[in-house]
Design a protein around this ligand. Sequence first.
Ligand code: MIG
Length: 739
Amino acid sequence: MKKTQEKPEWLEARNLKTREDLWLKLDKDIFAGKCSLTEHTIDGVRVLRLGVSPAIDRDPPLSFAVTETEMDGFDQPGEFKETDLPLNLFFKQIAEDHFRIGFDLPEKSQCFALGERLSDVNLRGRRHTLFNYSDNLHIPSLDTMYVSIPFLVVADLHRSQYHGILLDSPAWQSWSLDEELNDRGVVDLLSRRGWTIYMMEADCLPDLIASYTALTGRSKIPPDWALGHHQSRWSYPDQETLLAVGKKMRESEIPCDCLVLDIDYMDEYRVFTHSKERFPDFKQVVDELDSLGLKTTCILDPGVKKEEKFSVYADGKKRDFFVRRGDQRPFLGKVWPGPSVFPDFLRHDVRVWWSAQHGFFVDNNIAGVWNDMNEPCLIDSPCPMPPQSKELPPEDKQMFMQALPEGKVGHYEVRNLYGFQMARASFEGLLALRPDERPFVLTRSGYAGVQRYSAVWLGDNMSWWEHLALSIPMLINMGLSGVPFTGVDVGGFGDNCSAELLTRWYELGIFYPFFRNHSSMLGVVQEPWVFGDKTEARIRHLVGMRYRLLPYIKRLFFEHARNGAPLIRPLFWSYPDDQEVYDIDDQFLFGDDIMVAPVTKRGHRSRVVYFPRGKWIPLEGGAVIEGGRYLRVELELGTVPAFARVGSIIPTVPVIQSTREYQQAPVIFKCFGDGIGLFIEDDGISFEYENDGYNEWLLTVLDGKPKVECVNYGYIAPERKYYLDLNGEVTELRLQSPT
Ligand code: MIG
């Protein structure tokens, strides 16, 4: 006879009853909470929502990932049988603080997304722990990264079956994806708050990502300038150096739109200040750079220096806006300014207050804000809950407490939201202070939905060839996690870059949606000119290509805003019926029309490229390449390692020095054979594009004859010329506004 299991102690203690009548495969002897299943359709994709709360009298927790409008859609209680749940998903509560969620991983399926993962594109066969943490040595065993996005794509490419699982919980969780080679995925979630799962199913990847990004929101179109070349360094120590870098950019005619101020612009690392010694004429310098067509962005860390005379500290303390430990004492952590306190960004009032501090940036003409250290990261402190964790400490032992509308909660339960909520405060602050401008925020840490507020860069990589190569799969997975505006430090952050590595990195970096050269003070400098004339000339040429592609890049962001598509796409996004592409992650599609295949190995001057079916032409010109095969391609240093799809029309502009010249720049439609292509123009800064304030043209070339159709006309563009470039034959083109 089966022995009846005794009720665990923690169940008795909380006086909870077990529920017998649940139709899910619950562990009935233990789960005592409440669960609900509702259904919703997004863009034709069915989405099931399973909400689980550990207590019968509580609803599943509030969501931060899902946008409010989509939340409202889930109103129909489901009438389902357990067999209806995709991938045989089930869960059980195995301890008071521990849920386990399991699902099938069909034999040949691959796993993607999960945000920032130091991994190949396919995530299958290992464990992935999601708990935001800053580790500055990105070696293969690194598991906890800065950004956690608990959205997994299970793709059976062979059968065109795509499942998405969003486990909406910002608590510590570890996804084991077929580690035991038994075709199962198992998530261990250490939480006492409950959680919600969204499951979607589609027969192609673009539809799946469209529904995921409809649920969690999409990125705004970045302002034009933010799509340009950013130059950064930890740190430009004083205003003279900063100005000199800006002037040098202009003298050497390397297109650039933005210089970046890392922590040393501050007055002893006090947030929202600048050093009076090293940047005495802060605003004048920023204005002078602006007059050269260079924006300035500033870093902002969450830690506020604990110092009574510091007004941000004193004010925040008076309002009780900083997090406290379980025993009520203020939480102090060591960061750049020394002992510091941390705002509780989960609170609306705290975010509004933090947002308001951004007046400092706006008053000084700072164009955008870079949020760093927002995991949050403390100096010299190990991951508070490492990958092997088995239990969640008691609430009051989780570093500090945070406030949710539902009450106080231990930090570890919501840690993955800290950076997300900080980026949100920066975004909302800039938006409130400059309502007519699309804010630019860059964040290191984040959670599902972070694309609504911010671009993301992948933190402290190294000037290593391995990290150059790794950036491709990592950025592919970020894109499949709904985040389009991403990049890694061009040239590598840590260690010493070299002429060859920097050149190769620019060859790839010009296709990063967020394109920034950044490096640590512990390594050599790596501005485009430091490795001599030859390297400088190559980089000038490469960055020139970035600027020529700006209209195409803008079009890709419009596409993202419409259907959630990332800019950096795996080849199977567009060629899912070609098995040859399933494991390729040293090439990618940059939108539909450009395929990038960079050299990522030292000393190599050629590489093997797989060309999917159709025909391709080197982006810089050359013979037509028949697709459906591998081909060794010569890629000398400084060559743009990209190919245009025959049948595409790519809108370009001539090389310009900054996006300040973009609006007037002539547009040249590069036709790769007969084809079809869109061109979209707007003011590049305001939100008018969301109210039809843009022009959209559809260009078709058939038998060498162009036809232009106006799809939308809502923006009076400054005068510019339009040209058609058909195999080098350039003719002027009229884009007529509808009368
Ligand atoms: O402890 O602000 O990832 O980009 O340059 C290092 C200094 C803190 C980490 C960021 C890096 C930045 C650096 N920061």
